[in-house]
Write a protein that binds this ligand. Structure first.
Ligand code: ADP
Ligand code: MG
Length: 224
């Protein structure tokens, strides 16, 4: 078993005018490369904050997040940007596609950031869109796609850089149960066949069952 993320005593406090919000308190766990992790908890329990910290989108207040012998908590901005570009894919509940870009242009974005040529960007993005079953929707704009298709474009965009970890924040939260199953099965395939670690926040017990490791949060703390 290879450890991919080791989290020690992680805390995140948001300082607001009204006072401090302790979104995460003393969180410690370790995730293996092959894991499909589901993260559950009541709304407001810190799930999104945890995913954003682990994916290098926000800075924790204290603690350690070790990825490949580097501590993301004390990494420089440049190192953190490199981690996001090379190792991480992110899927959100609202798909977060760019509305004025076609499906393939949306998928090309991370490749552009990683300095691939235009030709490579198009080839790789087309093949990943094929993989998610949208080979015939490449030039569709998000508004011309169904919700399930939009989420598959978002997953293609998260996959295209061949990340080590995909973080998914309520990826089926806006989808019908039948479409949700398709997305969850696909994430499971990504986990098993491409050996990509999945960390997924969900409020659906059915979705949480896809996790072979389960993390539960309550008021910013880990419950067991
Ligand atoms: N950017 C922010 N600034 C201030 N407080 C925040 C911010 N983001 C989240 N919070 C607060 O932190 C707590 C955890 O939020 P969040 O991580 O979004 O929870 P969840 O995803 O589990 O619903 C909540 O009390 C929320 O109000
Ligand atoms: Mg959330």
């Amino acid at each position: 078993m290879t450890t991919i993320l080791n989290v020690q005593n992680l805390a995140k406090t948001y300082r607001m005018r009204e006072g401090m919000v302790h979104a995460l308190n003393d969180i410690s766990f370790s995730i293996n490369k092959s894991d499909f992790v589901s993260i559950t908890g009541p709304s407001g329990s810190g799930e999104t904050t945890l995913l954003m910290a682990l994916s290098g989108l926000i800075r924790p207040t204290s603690g350690e997040i070790i990825f490949e012998n580097n501590n993301l908590v004390t990494a420089s901005d440049k190192e953190l940007a490199g981690y996001r570009k090379k190792h991480v894919g992110f899927v959100m509940q609202n798909f977060s596609l760019i509305p004025y870009m076609t499906a393939i242009q949306n998928v090309m974005i991370p490749l552009g950031l990683n300095g691939h040529s235009e030709r490579e960007q198009k080839q790789l993005s087309a093949s990943v869109l094929e993989l998610v079953g949208l080979g015939n929707r490449k030039s569709h704009y998000p508004r011309e796609l169904s919700a399930g298709q939009q989420q598959r474009v978002a997953i293609a965009r998260a996959l295209v850089n061949k990340p080590d970890i995909i973080f998914a924040d309520e990826p089926t939260g806006n989808l019908d149960p039948s479409l949700s199953t398709g997305i969850l099965e696909f994430l499971q395939k990504v986990n098993r066949e491409f050996n990509i670690t999945i960390m997924m926040v969900t409020h659906s017990p059915q979705a949480a069952n896809y996790g072979d490791v389960k993390i539960r949060l309550d008021e910013g703390r880990l419950c067991n």
